[in-house]
Design a protein around this ligand. Sequence first.
Ligand SMILES: Nc1ncnc2c1ncn2[C@@H]1O[C@H](COP(=O)(O)OP(=O)(O)OP(=O)(O)O)[C@@H](O)[C@H]1O
Length: 345
Amino acid sequence: MSTGTAQAAHGAGGAAAAAAPVCSVRGLVKTYPAARARRGTPAHPAVRASDGIDLTVRRGEIFGLLGPNGAGKSTLVRQLTGLMRPDAGEVRVLGHDLVRHPERAARLIGYLGQESTALDELTVALAAETTGRLRGLDRRTARAERDAVLDELGLAALAGKPLSRLSGGQRRLACFAAALVGDRPLLVLDEPTTGMDPVARRAVWAAVDRRRAERGATVLLVTHNVLEAETVLHRVAVLERGRVIACDTPAGLKALVDGEVRLELVWRDRPPLNVPEVAAVREAATETGRHWTLRLPQERARALVAAVTGGPAFAALDDFTLATPSLEDVYLALGGNGTEGLVKG
Ligand SMILES: Nc1ncnc2c1ncn2[C@@H]1O[C@H](COP(=O)(O)OP(=O)(O)OP(=O)(O)O)[C@@H](O)[C@H]1O
């Protein structure tokens, strides 16, 4: 997404802050039962995948759900979209109680799940048209919307191809296109850009932003891609082990690690552990091959940079970068703490 679009999106976040809730979740609990071992499948204990979740998404927001694998994002989304019944708690979308009336979700929510198997045998055009028809559009309107959305997303040339014969990224984009036909006030998108190239990604974010700006749509977005999330989201909830451990604007979350900087060190070969300053920070570093990533208070980072660029460590150093913290740093800083008291939303 271009900076201009991102800024426009963030500008609208201010207005959204005062807007009415589109989706609210209170005290949501879901436990997957334990299973005994059977032939070929080991036993597993019960998992509390939603552990008392409270969330409010306001009209016109692009709201992100962020969290590591297994944090409970998809479980939450399935309950929000009426596909799974919670053990306890409340889900309301535009005033409708979706725990009591899950069948109403289809009229309120355009949902893009992680899998597309239901549409795989259809062509791109038919997948979009059929979704429109299932959402109550007459044939002529469904076809007009189909053509418009395929043009908008640059999919017209693939319209006649079955989804099963597309690349992973193309299939994802075709499913996204289908999810947009037959306007819904709330779009729930589970990892929409997985596998897409930059052009397709940009088309997705532009289409999302257009629906927000022109039609007042609200978007709930599940993502792993912290970099991408940072540019498009108004607010973010960080989930871990079924709980919301932080909820704020990306800037508000980044303020949590204010005063720290991220230092990346790339060694030529092996890190010079004989240099005491280097040995001292090894514990705190995330190591990926020759690459070390450290989050440090500014003073310590400065001292370390002086040590590795001035002394004998310099010969072992290939490159280094100092940067202000990103949302990814926040995500890593929060992960595993189970920190409470950070929730603002
Ligand atoms: N059908 C199931 N039966 C038992 N446990 C499940 C089931 N589905 C998910 N879980 C467990 O519930 C927890 C939350 O899973 P969930 O798929 O909601 O996480 P997620 O945040 O969406 O993960 P990912 O980012 O990998 O998609 C995990 O510990 C997972 O192993």
